[in-house]
Design a protein. Structure first.
Length: 121
């Protein structure tokens, strides 16, 4: 489920956090699904449990998961997450469009670039 890239300069907890966010947003992990226990995930990835705990804390802070005392961690409401993620994405896009305007990049150039990027994926 989670593969770590030890050549990646980012800390392991950030990689784990990003991988789980991708799994949740893509629908692989669904609302209410149970997350692996900290200890079992740490063992399977051969990392310190504190690393996984830090990743889970970040996921909870970002509202991707929630914890039920004595039961574990679970995936949050995906609809809410998607709405928030889309809002954040469009905000970042707005900033890039403003920067592009300063660089005299036309809306047509942006559109063409998006079309090309969409066809290459």
């Amino acid at each position: 489920m989670i593969l770590l890239d030890y050549k990646d300069r980012r800390p392991i907890y950030e990689q784990v956090t990003e991988k789980f966010k991708t799994l949740i947003l893509s629908g692989v992990l669904k609302e209410g699904d149970s997350m692996p226990s900290v200890r079992s995930l740490a063992t399977s990835l051969s990392v310190n449990p504190n690393t996984i705990q830090r990743a889970y804390a970040k996921l909870e802070q970002d509202d991707f998961i929630y914890t039920v005392s004595g039961k574990g961690s679970f995936v949050s409401c995906i609809d809410t997450l998607m709405t928030e993620q889309k809002r954040d994405w469009f905000h970042r896009l707005d900033e890039l469009v403003k920067e592009g305007s300063i660089l005299h990049i036309s809306p047509e150039e942006i559109y063409e670039h998006i079309k090309q990027a969409d066809h290459s994926s």
